[in-house]
Design a protein around this ligand. Sequence first.
Ligand code: ARG
Length: 476
Amino acid sequence: MSDDTKSERPSKSAASAMWGGRFAQGPAAVMEAINASINIDQRMAEEDIAGSLAHAAMLGATGVISSDDSATIQRGLEHVRDEIRAGELQWSPALEDVHMNIEARLKEVIGDAAGRLHTARSRNDQVATDFRLWLRSACDRIDVMLVDYQRALVAQAEEHVDQVMPGFTHLQTAQPVSLAHHLLSYVELAERDRGRFADARRRLNESPLGCAALAGTAFPIDRDMTSKSLGFDRPMGNSLDGVAARDFALEVLSAASICAVNLSRFADEIVLWCTRRFGFASLSDAWSTGSSIMPQKRNPDAAELVRAKPGRIIGSLTGLLTVMKGLPLAYSKDLQEDKAPTFQAIDDLELALLAMAGMAGDLTFNGAAMEAAAGEAYSDATDLADWVVRELDKPFRDAHHISGSIVKAAEDRNVTLSDLPLKVMQSVEPGIDERIFSVLSARASMESRTSYGGTSPVRVREQVAAWKLRLSAGES
Ligand code: ARG
């Protein structure tokens, strides 16, 4: 706000054209500033015009307004839409929001017939309709981005089914796994994200249009007609709920928050893997940044930013939950505070998804480093225990103890299990024989885990094939 608007006094002549009848004066400058949402909700201009076109057509078809007026209004709306698309419409904060800006422009374009568009509707059902339409498109865009991300992961997985790497628990080397298996775990996670957005989309796809201010309308409107023409599944059954509910936005923000958290986990692994310490992977120049002071640096900034995005996205969810808490029925202006955090969260998530798909495809893996690390830290100790169970028919708990003692003996000598002399193992468990060495390697360990969902390349190859089929068919 500029200094002169601050000192501006409410003027009589500025009384609103939309509700001027009841008002002698225009708003105080700060009133206008706190009230205006046009800078935010102009993003829903397409949805607003789509809703108005559907409403105008319905008003004409039901005889609530004449078909001439209906046609004039629809033509006028299309004209305004063209102006908006061309960036020609001057948005005015004095006209508060996208709905009134568009209606005011419509009036300039077609004259008095514009005044009939708002028959049997209110900005309350209008904004709820626009917002649902906007979020429905957002869910659809995000679904496409999630699939792109999955495809990038599956393509990498296909190349690395036989690549052994350390699997971690507690970020401590645990058991060897296939790199493809690791990557496919994120494909599974992304699939559930898709499911969450699809669920939210399904529930939000109901039409509030015609709920009017809160109580419905006395005009003989056809809500099925507007619902259908806007691609909604049905009109909402309760007019109070139609204008008051924002749980649909909360659901999308919840899905966005979970998705962002999920992305942040792989993002963090990219950061770790690209360190000198891990040395498992690297990103090309396209996905790296330099340091302004340290010439040698290659930083995975995009991965760090994706790791950070949940801060903003969860903030949006928390922000809107807080706005909604304790809000009485039906519409209150508080609800205008729903859009800024939601748009912000969706923008952030879309960028994060694009970045993750890009990085997932860009990563180059250092197979030798991964394989070497996979063989470290006694990652085959479970295989030794399993062998004792299988071949010597010991209870697993006893075998665990035997393997632990052998690991300790190897650690004391600073050698791997496969380099430990057989007689040292036999001093712990006399039944162990030279067949034990066939299970003592990272690769053998990985290959042995053939249970369904396990990391053996045999199983992982099946999963890669299944995902390829599923993602190419565009199934969900
Ligand atoms: N800009 C408003 C919003 O986003 C539109 C609805 C205004 N309704 C009202 N009764 N003042 O919520």
